[in-house]
Design a protein around this ligand. Structure first.
Ligand SMILES: *Cc1c(COP(=O)(O)O)cnc(C)c1O
Length: 341
């Protein structure tokens, strides 16, 4: 089976399994786990932030950030296709009692400064006030777009001018750094916090990191406890996370495989796929007379797995466990599946 459902499907390497077994551990709720402490220090350094917090998932990292940055009853500004709004079970109102105000950021993926100013609500007797701007890079639902630093900075600066902090949902922000050839610490220069996943393209079995100022992370640590995310001998899972940090440069291979996949899909009658920025390929099957669900079902029967993402769109994600040969094999199978449908 060739699995393009997500870059979360990778299996930990033997080296990661060994590292888990051999990890030096302690009770992380007492800050006694040296492996977690090392991971947090290295992740903070990588992200160019003063401190970091190891969290079980990207969703929890984002939701902790939102809760830490905001007060109950405020508003949060984000793109209507943002993961925090669309794919986190309504966590913004459920966990922070904050109301999302969504913007259509289109192909740009992040709001223009004008959109930030228009979306901003000043607190008064009748209006709740804007507590946070959430940005996303790479932008998942818009096709793994690597948003340029200038656009991130401009949106963040506009928010800061209004006294609004900025969180970056950077589940795949290292993919953005590699694609844009920008240092991670530079890409986060104008935001107040960033979450990134170790469990996606970097190949760790579990875990994400939230990074920000020392004060922010201290407060986030209490919220992590509240959300049930404080773990004990977490060095067992943080050790493979440390190895995952070595996998940043190889994300370029995933991007090359995604480009190869998109090229091949474009050669199949009835399919079209825009050139991907990173490791996410969006393919349109309308001209083949197939809905996204029909295309994904036909390919699943041929042992190529991916998800429908819209009426006539499917999303395919490359990762550590697929190579160029797998891409070529998958393309042959997808072509046969489309011809037979
Ligand atoms: C995957 C993802 C998350 C959530 O990460 P999980 O570890 O799956 O909870 C958040 N934001 C974006 C943009 C993602 O792609």
């Amino acid at each position: 089976m060739i699995d393009f459902r997500s870059d979360t499907v990778t299996r930990p390497s033997d080296e990661m399994r060994d590292a888990a077994r051999d990890a030096d551990v302690g009770d992380d709720v007492y800050a006694d786990d040296p492996t977690v402490n090392e991971l947090e220090a290295r992740a903070a350094d990588l992200a160019g932030m003063a401190a970091a917090l190891y969290v079980p998932s990207g969703t929890m990292g984002n939701q902790i950030a939102i809760r830490t940055h905001t007060d109950r009853g405020q508003e949060l500004l984000c793109d209507e296709q943002a993961h925090v709004y669309k794919w986190e079970l309504g966590g913004i109102p459920q966990l922070s009692q904050v109301q999302p105000r969504i913007l259509d950021c289109g192909d740009r993926c992040v709001p223009t400064p004008a959109q930030v100013r228009e979306g901003y609500v000043e607190e008064d007797l009748h209006r709740p006030g804007t507590g946070l701007l959430c940005l996303e890079n790479t932008h998942n639902s818009r096709g793994g777009v690597a948003v340029p630093k200038a656009d991130i900075d401009a949106a963040a600066d506009a928010a800061h001018d209004l006294g609004v902090p900025v969180h970056l949902d950077g589940a795949r922000f290292l993919n953005a750094c590699v694609a844009l050839d920008v240092d991670p610490a530079e890409l986060t220069e104008h935001v107040d916090s960033v979450m990134f996943c170790l469990s996606k393209g970097l190949g760790a079995p579990v875990g994400s990191v939230l990074a920000g100022s020392a004060d922010f992370i201290q407060r986030a640590r209490r919220i992590r406890k509240l959300f049930g995310g404080a773990m004990r001998q977490a060095g067992m899972i943080a050790a493979p996370g440390l190895l995952a940090l070595e996998n940043v440069d190889r994300l370029a291979d995933d991007h090359a495989n995604a480009a190869r996949l998109a090229e091949g899909l474009n050669r199949i009658e009835g399919l079209s796929a825009p050139e991907p920025d990173t490791n996410i390929v969006m393919v349109d099957s309308e001209a083949a007379g197939l809905t996204g669900e029909e295309l994904s079902a036909a390919c699943k029967d041929a042992d190529v797995k991916f998800h429908a993402f819209g009426d006539h769109t499917c999303r395919l994600c490359t990762h550590l466990d697929v190579d160029a040969d797998d891409v070529d094999e998958a393309l042959d199978r997808i072509e046969s599946a489309v011809e037979a449908s």
